[in-house]
Structures are given as structure tokens and as C-alpha cells.
Design a protein around this ligand. Structure first.
Ligand code: DP6
Length: 405
């Protein structure tokens, strides 16, 4: 049990979203500062489906060493260089405020107690580090009353996990790789808010994975060191795709968005296969999802859905709300409504859909069989907002750890 404190406890609580890249970050030009070899762009997903809730607190009554509890389990902060780097930067910013205004409480000198919970099962195999580090940085920045913008805070979150810098904002977010050796220009920025293109939906097909994949940090270093395709991807292909996807987003042009998204996912996984020894994140179930997306698009005669895969086998399928019956309706007919995850947020437009959007005898029947037997659940979600400050504290007024689960 964490000690209960008699000294004042200062608290701030925030939620933060998951983001799924459509132009992938893969490769570091500086592993210590966590600087990427190429820019990337993601869609922030709705916190109605997936979110991290984090309370940052500090008190003179806490034990001297900073503490972090994730999903009820105390973490060893001292062995996480990334967490230490984030906290050191945040403290330095607070210190600047205290130096400039001596009436401020000296929060930078107090031990921290940070408590964080995800609202989605860890077993879902979804990378939670992006939402986790974004929430940690936002919560401590709020606790310290830091004036830095989300863009400036993204520089700190980036040190926790590269993709985390994109979870500090909502909508459509670019992480500009930057050029400076110190990384000061490697920042995330909102390309378009959620309200610009709110119709974007995402269906996540969670694959029942039996073994752990190569962690992304190690995988990308192997790719940079050994893949012959990699340099072309980073130097020529991604810059052109960044420009193309930003135009597609500005014009709300789904077919263009879809093609760039699918090509970039395929290109990223091609550099994984081209690594030595090769790295495989997609499996037969992932490839069945790819086949079905292409089948649906070709039957409909236009791109109505687009897949993307991160460093694991789960498929994320983007589509527009108006095409819910065609896309999600077809997947629901294939997978059956008893599979976990269909009900819940964003189910409304699917509730009354009883037949598949496209004729099932026209899609690849082997892909249907492989997909049907290979998923553990689905998650229906959509483009969403950035972190939100809330009063749902995970640390009580006396410093005690609370649970919302
Ligand atoms: C495939 O952000 O997890 O999801 O910076 O080493 O923590 P680190 O890597 P991480 O890598 C994410 C890789 C990706 C693509 C993406 O999100 O852009």
C-alpha cells in the first residue's frame, strides 16, 4: 500500500488517445534523443473506445523516489530511461517557472506519484505506449501549470515513445522529423482537427496472437542497419507520401487517402521483410484482411476502405461513416455478430445492418475462413480529440491510489 500523506497533495488528471499512423514512423536517426529518420502522420482515435487515464500528483509527504503505477502494477521508473527523460524535462520547465516567480510552490522539488489506467484490455495487443506517454506528459505538465503548447510538449513525449508525440493532439497529426541534431525541430503538429473530417471511422481487427512480436524499438533498429530498401523509403518515398496524404486530408479525398495509407503500410512491412534477419509482423490472418479489403474495394468499384498494420498482426481498417454498411457491415457478416466488440460506441450506424454490404460469394472464400478463425475481438472506433483534462482522479486527496476499474 502506498503511504497516505498528511502534507498537501497536488493533483492533475488527463485522458489521452491512441493514434494509428497512416504514414509510418520506422527508423531512428538518433536513438538517445529518439529522433526519427522520416516524418509520419496519424489519425487520433476516439477516447470513447480507447483511452489512457492518468493522474500526476506530488507531495512532500510521499517517499523520496518518484512512483508510477500502471493498471494497478507499480513500475520500476529508475530502469526506464525514457520515463526518467520525460520527467526530467518536465521538472526543468517547472523549475524555470519557479525561478521566475518565487511565490509559486516548489513543486519541482517534490516526489511524484503517477497513476495510470487504460480502458482497454492489455490482452487486446494494442500498443498502449503512445497513449500512455502522452497522458503522462500531459498530466505532469498540467500538474506543473506549464505554459508549453501541445506542439512543444510533443518534444518531451517523443522521448518516451516516438509515436506518443502524435497523441498530444486530436484529428490528423503529423510528426515532422526535423533536421537539427538536437531534435528541437522534431515535433508533432495538427494537420487538420477532428472537426475537419469527422466522418473517418476505424475498425480494428484484433488478431489472436500466440507469441510476442519483435518490439518496435529493436525492429526498427534492425531495419535501419540492414535493409537495402530502407534508405529509399526514408529519403524519397515517405516525403512524397506525406505531401500526398496531407492533400488528401485537406480535400477529404478518401480514395487518395486510402491508396497512400495501404501503400505505406505495405512499404513499411516490405522493409521489415527486407531486414536481415527478416522481421514478420503480419501473419496469415493479417493477409486475409488485406485480401478482403481489396476485394470489397474492387466489388464496390471505388476505394471505400483502407488497411494499415503496425508492428503486429492487428489490422486497422479506415472507412467513412457513410460506407459503414458496405465495410463494417461486410466484416460483421463475415465474422458474426457474436464476436466481442461490435456493440459499444460507434455501433449505431451498424445496428440495423443485417446483410453484408457486398455479396459474400464474390469475396475470397479462403480469406473469409482464415479471418473468421483468427480474431479474438473487434473494436469499432473513429477519429477523435486530443487529451482532455478531467476530475476523475486516480489519486485521492490524501495521496491514496484509487482505481476506476
Ligand atoms: C509501427 O513509437 O513504439 O507503430 O519510439 O521506439 O517507442 P519507439 O517506437 P514506437 O514505434 C511505433 C512504430 C509504428 C509506426 C507508427 O506508429 O508510426
Amino acid at each position: 500500500m502506498a503511504a497516505v500523506s498528511e502534507s498537501p497533495v497536488f493533483r492533475a488528471t488527463t485522458t489521452a488517445p491512441v493514434n494509428i499512423a497512416v504514414i509510418k514512423y520506422w527508423g531512428k536517426r538518433d536513438a538517445t534523443l529518439n529522433l526519427p529518420t522520416n516524418s509520419s502522420l496519424s489519425v487520433t482515435l476516439s477516447q470513447r473506445s480507447l483511452r489512457t487515464l492518468t493522474t500526476a500528483s506530488c507531495s512532500a509527504g510521499y517517499p523520496a523516489a518518484d512512483e508510477l503505477t500502471l493498471n494497478g502494477k507499480p513500475q520500476d521508473i529508475q530502469s526506464s530511461k525514457r520515463t526518467l527523460a520525460c520527467l526530467a524535462s518536465l521538472r526543468a520547465h517547472r523549475q524555470e517557472l519557479e525561478n521566475a516567480n518565487s511565490s509559486l510552490p516548489k513543486l519541482s522539488t517534490l516526489p511524484l506519484r503517477i497513476v495510470s489506467e487504460n480502458n482497454f484490455p492489455t490482452a487486446a495487443g494494442l500498443a498502449s505506449s503512445a497513449a500512455g506517454f502522452a497522458a503522462l506528459v500531459r498530466a505532469v505538465a498540467d500538474l506543473y501549470g506549464l505554459p508549453q503548447s501541445p506542439r512543444e510538449l510533443s518534444r518531451i513525449a517523443r522521448q518516451g515513445s516516438g509515436s506518443a508525440c502524435r497523441s498530444l493532439m486530436g484529428g490528423y497529426v503529423a510528426w515532422r522529423s526535423g533536421e537539427l541534431p538536437d531534435g528541437s525541430d522534431s515535433l508533432a503538429e495538427e494537420v487538420a482537427p477532428q472537426s475537419h473530417w469527422p466522418e473517418m471511422r476505424a475498425l480494428i481487427l484484433v488478431v489472436s496472437a500466440e507469441k510476442k512480436d519483435v518490439p518496435s524499438t529493436t525492429g526498427m533498429q534492425t531495419t535501419v542497419a540492414t535493409s537495402e530498401l530502407f534508405a529509399t523509403r526514408a529519403n524519397a518515398i515517405v516525403p512524397a507520401r506525406m505531401a500526398a496524404i496531407e492533400t488528401a486530408i485537406q480535400n477529404r479525398d478518401f480514395p487518395a487517402f486510402a491508396e497512400v495509407t495501404m501503400r505505406d503500410s505495405n512499404g513499411f512491412h516490405a522493409t521489415c521483410l527486407d531486414s536481415w534477419p527478416p522481421i514478420f509482423y503480419m501473419n496469415d490472418v493479417s493477409r486475409a484482411a488485406v485480401r478482403l479489403v481489396h476485394d470489397i474495394n474492387s466489388i464496390v468499384g471505388r476505394a471505400v476502405c483502407a488497411y494499415t498494420f503496425d508492428a503486429g498482426p492487428n489490422a486497422v481498417i479506415y472507412y467513412l461513416e457513410k460506407d459503414s454498411a458496405l465495410v463494417a457491415g461486410t466484416f460483421k457478416a463475415i465474422l458474426g455478430s457474436s464476436l466481442e466488440g461490435w456493440s459499444g460506441p460507434f455501433y449505431e450506424s451498424l445496428k440495423d445492418v443485417s446483410s453484408p454490404g457486398v455479396a459474400l460469394d464474390q469475396v475470397d472464400s479462403r480469406a473469409v475462413d482464415v479471418l473468421k478463425s483468427g480474431l479474438s475481438r473487434v473494436i469499432l472506433t473513429a477519429v477523435g480529440e486530443g487529451p482532455v483534462s478531467v476530475e476523475d482522479h486516480l489519486v485521492g486527496e490524501k495521496g491514496e491510489i484509487l482505481s476506476r476499474q
